[in-house]
Design a protein around this ligand. Structure first.
Ligand code: SAM
Length: 245
C-alpha cells in the first residue's frame, strides 16, 4: 500500500519510515510512504503557501494554488487515489474507517497547518475528510501519521503472525483482554492461573470473556452496537458472577 502525504513538515512524517511497524513494513516492501511539500509547488521564490484570512481574524490560511499543484502532482505520480484531508470537522476515525482505507492500494493524505485550508481547495480537490478526535492539534501531520500507522497494521505481511491485527482491540468490535508477562507475581498480584495452565481452549475462552467484560464496563456503547451470541451472553454472566465474588 502506498501513502502520499502532503505536508509542510515532511521530516515529521518521514520519521515513521525508520521506526517500528511502519518502518519494518517499508523495509519489507509492503508499504511505500512518499511526502510532498507544497512549498516546492509555490509560484513565488519565497515558497509562500499561506495568506491572511478574508474577513480578518488571527492566523493564516493555506492558499489554494500551491496545494492544488501539489495534489495534482501527487495524483499523477501513481495509481488513482482518494485525497483525504485530516480535519477536526471530518468523519471520526475508527476501526471500520481504518479497514475501509485499507482496501485502497493508495491514499493521499493532506495535512493542514495554521487556521486550516482555503475552503475552495477542499471543495475542488478533497474526496473525504477525517478527524482523529474532538480536539485540535497544530497540524495534520500527527493525524496523518495515525492513519498511516493504523492502516499499515492491516496490510498483509506488515505484522508478524504473532502480532496479528486480528488479535487487537476493535478487530472483533471488542476491547482487548488484559495481557501479562513475567514475573508471575508482582507486589502480590498473580497472573491469572488459566494463563499458566497450557489449556489453549480455556485460555481462548478466558480472553474472550475478559474482552466482553471489559467492553461492557468501559465501552458499553461498543457492545450494544456489536451485539452478542448466546454463548457470549453466558460468558458475560459468568464474568459478572466472578467479579462480584
Ligand atoms: N481552525 C481549525 C479548526 O478550529 O477546526 C484548526 C486548524 S488546526 C490548528 C491546523 C490543522 O491541523 C488542520 O487544518 C488539520 O489539518 C489539523 N488538525 C487539527 N486537529 C485535527 C483533528 N482533530 N483531526 C484531524 N486533523 C486535525
Amino acid at each position: 500500500m502506498r501513502f502520499d502525504v502532503i505536508t509542510l513538515f515532511p521530516g515529521m512524517v518521514e520519521s515513521m519510515t525508520t521506526h517500528g511497524v511502519v518502518g519494518r513494513g517499508i523495509e519489507k516492501g509492503f508499504i511505500e510512504l512518499v511526502t510532498w511539500n507544497p512549498r516546492d509547488f509555490s509560484n513565488d521564490r519565497h515558497g509562500t503557501v499561506d495568506d491572511r484570512p478574508y474577513g480578518g481574524g488571527p492566523g493564516m490560511v493555506m492558499k489554494v494554488e500551491p496545494l492544488r499543484a501539489t495534489i495534482r502532482a501527487a495524483r499523477e505520480a501513481a495509481d488513482p487515489a482518494p485525497v483525504i484531508y485530516l480535519s477536526p470537522d471530518g468523519r471520526m476515525l475508527n476501526e471500520s474507517r481504518v479497514q475501509e482505507l485499507g482496501r485502497y492500494e493508495r491514499v493521499i493524505l493532506l495535512c493542514g497547518r495554521y487556521e486550516g485550508i482555503d475552503e475552495r481547495l477542499v471543495e475542488l480537490e478533497v474526496d473525504a475528510t477525517l478527524s482523529v478526535g474532538d480536539y485540535v492539534v497544530s497540524g495534520g501531520e500527527l493525524p496523518a501519521m495515525i492513519v498511516v500507522d493504523a492502516v499499515s497494521r492491516l496490510v498483509p505481511g506488515v505484522l508478524g503472525h504473532a502480532e496479528s491485527a486480528s488479535q487487537d482491540a476493535f478487530a472483533d468490535g471488542l476491547l482487548d483482554c488484559p495481557h501479562y508477562t513475567r514475573p508471575e507475581v508482582v507486589d502480590g498480584l498473580k497472573v491469572p492461573a488459566v494463563l499458566l495452565s497450557g489449556d489453549h481452549q480455556a485460555v481462548a475462552r478466558w480472553r474472550l470473556q475478559q474482552a466482553l467484560g471489559r467492553t461492557r464496563e468501559k465501552r458499553p456503547d461498543l457492545l450494544e452496537r456489536r451485539g452478542m451470541s448466546d454463548s457470549e451472553h453466558a460468558l458475560l454472566e459468568d464474568y459478572r458472577a466472578l467479579q462480584s465474588n
